[in-house]
Design a protein. Structure first.
Length: 368
């Protein structure tokens, strides 16, 4: 049986099953790049475990025959508080890469956030989906180039920008160093190319290959400047502190994204499940709160909404779906999470995302 066959996908009953299939189809160096965390990978491991420590104090005898996961993000209503997080170089997982993800998100009506380190032109990805499409951006050393990229993306129909705040320098990912990771031959970081500029082949490891895409001098003033370059909402991604959440909104952001970069930047950073409630409280209705990091089950989505998130984003599960079966694999990953979330709502005795948020800490409590 081919690992990409429909029957192998239909036999997968969890995201872990998709990951097992993808591990056999994605080239080893690329697989290590996708799965790696920084240094000892303690934050990577903690990110998943922290969600499991939150107990769901379900309600009994509630009519849950009618349930809806609908939620709104910047005026767009989506059927489930779930989106595809930005992950780099998706064509390493499947030849169709980012377009396969976009088509699967489109079919599900769910948002996708495109990585600026994509291996597909942003215009092609925009054409592949009718669902909301956001784009993650780094503020590069060349501010003029970043401005032109943002304005090009807005003209193409990108609906929001997620500017990364947790990458003044690249974290140390030892798997990549041991493997001598580099952008694969035949692939291009196409949206960041410029005449006479670097292309992503300047060294090994993520720092050597892509150091030119980031800048250690960033301040909140740069967020203000980026927000002035576009009429689209700016979301600051990579926050874990309430004071930074407030600072993001003060700098002109219209949303925040609680994230530890998949455990790939600062090892020892907290799991997002441990800081989400305080960060969401700091947002105080000023804009939507997105969270990612270790979300692997529909119960994790419920937990996140109860802690104050408006939506969750998943990164590695999208890559597992891509590796397991391209567009169909991504569709299966999204289907699993959405189905598990709707089932979790029923079993928890809740009927809507608003009800989950209203119950909040009464529904989801840390284990004592």
């Amino acid at each position: 049986m081919s690992p990409h066959s429909p029957s192998s996908l239909s036999s997968a009953v969890s995201l872990a099953d998709l990951a097992a299939i993808a591990a056999t189809t994605i080239e080893r160096t690329a697989w290590d790049y996708y799965r790696s965390g920084a240094w000892d990978e303690t934050t990577l491991a903690r990110s998943e475990a922290a969600w499991r420590e939150l107990e769901i104090h379900y309600r009994g005898m509630v009519d849950v025959s009618q349930r809806s996961g609908r939620t709104a993000l910047f005026g767009r209503t989506v059927p489930c508080p779930l989106m595809a997080a930005p992950t780099a170089m998706q064509r390493m997982a499947h030849p169709d890469g980012e377009c396969a993800t976009a088509r699967a998100c489109s079919a599900a009506g769910l948002p996708m956030c495109l990585s600026s380190l994509a291996t597909t032109a942003l215009e092609e990805v925009r054409a592949a989906t009718t669902a909301p499409l956001w784009m993650q951006v780094y503020i590069a050393q060349d501010r003029g180039f970043t401005r032109s990229l943002v304005q090009r993306a807005e003209a193409a129909g990108i609906e929001a920008f997620a500017v990364t705040a947790d990458t003044p320098v690249w974290g140390v990912r030892e798997r990549d160093m041991r493997n001598g990771f580099r952008v694969p031959d035949g692939m291009r970081i196409v949206n960041l190319e410029r005449p006479g500029g670097p292309t992503g082949h300047s060294g090994v490891g993520i720092g050597g290959a892509l150091s030119w895409t980031i800048d250690a001098t960033l301040t909140w003033r740069d967020v203000e400047q980026l927000a002035s370059w576009t009429s689209r909402p700016v979301v600051v991604k990579g926050l874990c502190r309430p004071d930074d959440v407030r600072a993001a909104f003060d700098a002109g952001a219209r949303g925040v994204w609680i994230s530890n970069h998949g455990g790939r930047q600062l090892d020892g950073a907290p799991a997002t499940a441990d800081v989400l409630a305080a960060c969401a409280s700091a947002a105080a209705g000023r804009g939507p709160v997105v969270v990612d990091g270790g979300i692997r089950r529909g119960t994790d989505i419920l937990r996140a909404i109860a802690l104050g998130a408006d939506a969750v984003a998943v990164g590695r599960p999208i890559l597992w779906g891509l590796g397991a079966g391209g567009e169909a694999g991504v569709a299966r990953a999204l289907e699993m999470l959405r189905g598990e979330f709707e089932l979790a709502m029923a079993l928890a005795g809740v009927r809507s995302t608003d009800e989950i948020r209203t119950l909040g800490p009464d529904l989801v409590r840390r284990r004592t």
